[in-house]
Design a protein around this ligand. Structure first.
Ligand code: GLY
Length: 342
């Protein structure tokens, strides 16, 4: 069965299950155009977002800084070997190497980024240290690793047995074809009341607004499975995978990074919000921009955007169905499904 057919079938089955239980109907509803408007609040992408937001919330609910919240939050999937698209346990590149990309941005236009980093479980913390301790914004590969080791990070093997076996299976055909939403077969979703619970693709992008109104964001990923050695996606590129402007709001991206980079997606969304669009409409226009660049390609890939303005109103939009995000505030603690074009 084709990946697409299998994916659609799973969507139908999980929807039927939700209708049967009834209790998940609220989570299955698309988020309305303008939601939120409270602080503190944290939002992040995909089904690992609930645990990540819970960790971020421990910082926000104690009157902590949004920057600490997003770093603390995204470290959860980074350290979870069952999340195979972020940090430890991430699926390797075609040479069997786990290479990680991450970036972070605070409420004062400070930012830090790390690209193609190996052996370090928490690239987001390296990105933060680059932001805080160097005159630079981006460190890559070997230089980034040397910097991390010099600052006390531990060198670890990030390739789990499962990921290594998965890579060896892939090597038999070596067929590179990104799928829209990756099914994470070992993810324990027993207690995970999210729609389409098997879909666990890609990057975590997180945006937080703290009690003082400070906005920060973080974005971290192992990138596309079986990418070429040295390939960097949108996630560590300030303006593409993440952008935060304290005067306006922030945005983050997930999906096929090349298409996000082409439109500088997160910066575009922030600029659209500056012009008065709601977060959801800004995300929708960014998705439409991707389609306008290459309609034939856009039909076959997934890209999702998530945004929040400085008032804590949030929204999302995706090319394809299946893009979920989670929101934690005093008003809610739940998943939403982004609206989509196809
Ligand atoms: N959005 C993640 C990547 O393309 O690497």
């Amino acid at each position: 069965m084709s990946t697409r057919r299998k994916f659609l079938q799973q969507g139908v089955l999980s929807s039927a299950g939700m209708l049967a239980t009834g209790k998940l109907l609220q989570a299955a509803n698309p988020a309305p155009a303008v939601t939120g408007g409270t602080k503190p609040i944290v939002i992040s992408t995909w089904n690992f977002a609930k645990a990540a937001n819970a960790a971020a919330w421990t910082v926000l609910s104690n009157n902590g800084h949004a920057l600490d919240a997003v770093e603390t939050g995204v470290k959860v999937p980074e350290g979870d070997p069952l999340v195979r698209s972020v940090g430890y346990g991430g699926i390797p590149d075609r040479d069997g190497r786990v290479t990680l990309d991450a970036c972070i941005m605070d409420d004062k236009y400070n930012c830090g980024s790390v690209m193609c980093l190996e052996y370090i479980k928490h690239p987001i913390s390296v990105a933060r240290l680059i932001m805080e301790k160097t005159p630079h914004i981006i460190l890559t590969g070997e230089g980034a690793l040397r910097f991390a080791l010099a600052h006390g990070f531990k060198k670890e093997n990030l390739l789990t047995e499962w990921s290594e076996n998965y890579w060896k299976e892939w090597l038999k055909k070596s067929n590179y074809s990104p799928v829209k939403n990756i099914e994470n077969q070992l993810y324990d979703k027993t207690n995970d009341p999210m729609p389409g619970g098997k879909e666990n693709h890609d990057t975590i992008g997180m945006l937080a607004l703290d009690q003082q109104g400070r906005l920060s964001g973080a974005c971290t990923t192992s990138g596309l499975s079986f990418k070429m050695q040295g390939r960097v996606g949108d996630s560590p590129i300030i303006g593409a995978g993440l952008y935060v402007d304290p005067e306006v709001g922030g945005a983050t991206a997930t999906g096929v990074g090349e298409e996000v980079i082409r439109i500088v997606g997160s910066h575009l969304i922030v600029e659209l919000m500056r012009q008065g669009r709601s977060p959801e409409i800004a995300c929708k226009e960014a998705v439409e921009r991707i389609i306008s660049r290459n309609p034939a390609k856009a039909k076959d890939i997934q890209v999702g955007f998530l945004a929040m303005n400085r008032n804590g109103e949030y929204g999302a939009y995706a090319l394809q169905t299946g893009f979920t995000f989670h929101v934690r505030s005093n008003a809610e603690d739940q998943f939403h499904t982004a609206k989509n074009i196809y």
